[in-house]
Design a protein around this ligand. Sequence first.
Ligand code: CP
Length: 353
Amino acid sequence: MRHLIDFGDLTRQEWDELYARASSIMDDPSRYIDACRGRVMASLFYEPSTRTNFSFQTAMLRLGGTVFGFADPNSSSVAKGETLKDTVKMVSGYADVVVMRTPWEGAAKAASLYSHVPVVNAGDGGHMHPTQTTADLTTITRLLGKVDGLSVGLCGDLKNGRTVHSLVKALAKFEDIRFFLISPRELAIPDYMRTFMLEKDMRFTEVTGLEAVIPQLDVLYMTRIQRERFVDPLEYERNKGIYILTRRKLERAKERMLVMHPLPRVDEITVDVDDDPRAAYFEQARYGMFARMSLLADLANQPRLDRTETVEIGTRPVCRNPRCITQTEHYLPPLVKKNGGVDCCAFCDGALS
Ligand code: CP
């Protein structure tokens, strides 16, 4: 692995190694206090974050490395109009690994084309969030002892919820997973994810109601309705508060079902659920730090590229997704990939026809 842009970049063996190292770190953190000694992490957060930003920073510090960057792009030359390419060229000259979160879909992939060091996608718009998935899989494995064979309910804003997209990509690498995709119709998973699931022969049922399926689940993964992604505020108003997990609803769930949530929550899990032994979301956030330590111990120690490969210069966006990075960074090459036989934008996965 050179970058982590999409969980699909990881083989199952690479994930198993990453998890084994995360477990080893949890069991004996003292063995890893120098794993990144002398290494520097750049943390470029163009969007707000609590867990991802702080857990990456603490992960690097706990490995003996150091951190620089911004949590507000207006404090950098981005505010003067500097391109993503130039920012990444500069920063990858100073750092050994670049962690970035942006509102633009495909931005981490774009950055990886120009970076001399590994780039980690810490969330790109409503597209992907693969390091959240490392936290999610670590949580499931530690608390349930396995991932294969589970029934997983994904509930809420499945259209804009990047954590859901990455988790589905990851679970494609496991055996016999059954999905219940619980969302209002207008917030159903995007076409590129449905195509992916069909192509991989994944078992899934799309439903609008939570209560009917809750007794069947081993994992219930709640998500926030992602207000910041809605173009139409009325669509948000129609859907906010649509799923609220309460203690009463949990009465029908399995005794060992995990309640997970990438956080932050708004109102989709009531506070009284926090004390239920099935509530795993705060542990999940802490597991995320160990999973990110494991990732950094590998990526921050990769050799630096003296030269990056020559990249074709684009002239206009071929992708019509208004949230795709190619809409704002016009020099990006018109990269195309196949998904289910359909031509898609290689940055944001949007269908091109
Ligand atoms: N789960 C997650 O990405 O949280 P933050 O937005 O606070 O980083």
